[in-house]
Design a protein around this ligand. Structure first.
Ligand SMILES: [Zn+2]
Ligand SMILES: [Zn+2]
Length: 295
């Protein structure tokens, strides 16, 4: 299995001299199975540079797994070059939204409305196939088994576990560890707490033992209280989850758009000091645009 990061920034693209080392594109991860089957996790702006490498593989079949439909995870989709070329097969998977009742098949229709984009959906010449996913139902993509699990975010968000020939990875998309919205003396507190704990157990079981976990580590513990409820986690919460799930390596991503490369390395090194690595703990890394992991 091979992974390459094409976008590691959260919320909004952040190009510029202060983010040149870690990159300014929003979420996009290329996953290659051993037979070169292409799975793409999210279509943030990083999917555009990825798509520029793909023409030598045309006609191409590829599989885009969308965690959720916030802009920073779909903004590059209308610029995904394989969509425009006849003969390509583009499979797009994700959740139907239970609030708006919009299905994943409407993702491009919405983005390509004439007020927002100059090219019409009918001009996309590839074969586009949509598949709505539901929680905990695994699907097969080539030799890989892909399992979706509901994460905690202001909109429906799936984390994805990919297993193939004994190798495995998990990507959270955007995730804030759920917290109890009731006060300890409220009537509803205990029941809500048990829901949270059950969800957490299920999450640990789903991630259990993956070789690589890629997780939304937007905030420091100092920043978090002012951003509670925005749908993102902390370095410390992800490190704890990675340890509980006994993963091999944790790659921290969804970097804050306001953080320069130097600031990012500083908060990461402080997180490492707060959570010193013991034997058998996961290895910890910052996700970086262009970084490849092969195992
Ligand atoms: Zn995001
Ligand atoms: Zn989001």
């Amino acid at each position: 299995m091979k992974i390459k990061f094409w976008g590691v920034r959260g919320s909004i693209p952040s190009p510029g001299y202060q983010t040149v080392r870690y990159g300014g594109n929003t979420t996009c991860i290329e996953v290659r199975l051993d037979d070169n089957t292409l799975i793409i996790l999210d279509a943030g702006t990083g999917i555009f540079p990825l798509s520029q490498t793909l023409p030598p593989e045309f006609p191409l079949s590829c599989h885009i797994l969308n965690t959720h439909t916030h802009w920073d995870h779909i903004q590059g989709l209308p610029f995904f070059i394989p969509l425009f070329v006849p003969g390509n097969q583009v499979h797009i998977y994700g959740a139907d939204d239970p609030i708006s009742h919009n299905g994943i098949h409407e993702i491009l229709t919405t983005q390509l409305q004439y007020r927002f984009f100059p090219i019409r959906e009918v001009e996309l010449k590839s074969d586009i196939h949509y598949q709505s996913l539901t929680e905990s139902n695994s699907i097969q993509i080539g030799d890989a088994t892909v399992t979706a699990i509901m994460m905690n975010h202001p909109v429906i968000n799936f984390g994805y576990r990919i297993d193939c020939h004994g190798k495995s990875m998990f990507f959270t998309g955007d995730h804030e560890p759920p917290y109890n919205i009731y006060k300890p003396d409220d009537e509803e507190y205990t029941e809500y707490q048990s829901i949270i704990e059950n969800k957490h157990r299920h999450l640990i079981e789903t991630i259990q033992g993956v070789d690589v976990m890629i997780a939304d580590c937007s905030y420091t513990p100092e920043e978090y209280p002012n951003k509670q409820g925005w749908g993102h986690g902390t370095y410390d919460a992800c490190i704890k989850l990675a340890k509980q799930a006994k993963v091999g390596s944790l790659y921290c991503t969804h970097h804050e758009p306001t953080r320069s490369d130097d600031a990012l390395e500083k908060v990461f090194s402080e997180a490492m000091q707060r959570n010193p690595r013991k034997e058998n703990d996961p290895k910890y890394y910052l996700a970086q645009e262009g970084l490849e992991i092969c195992w």
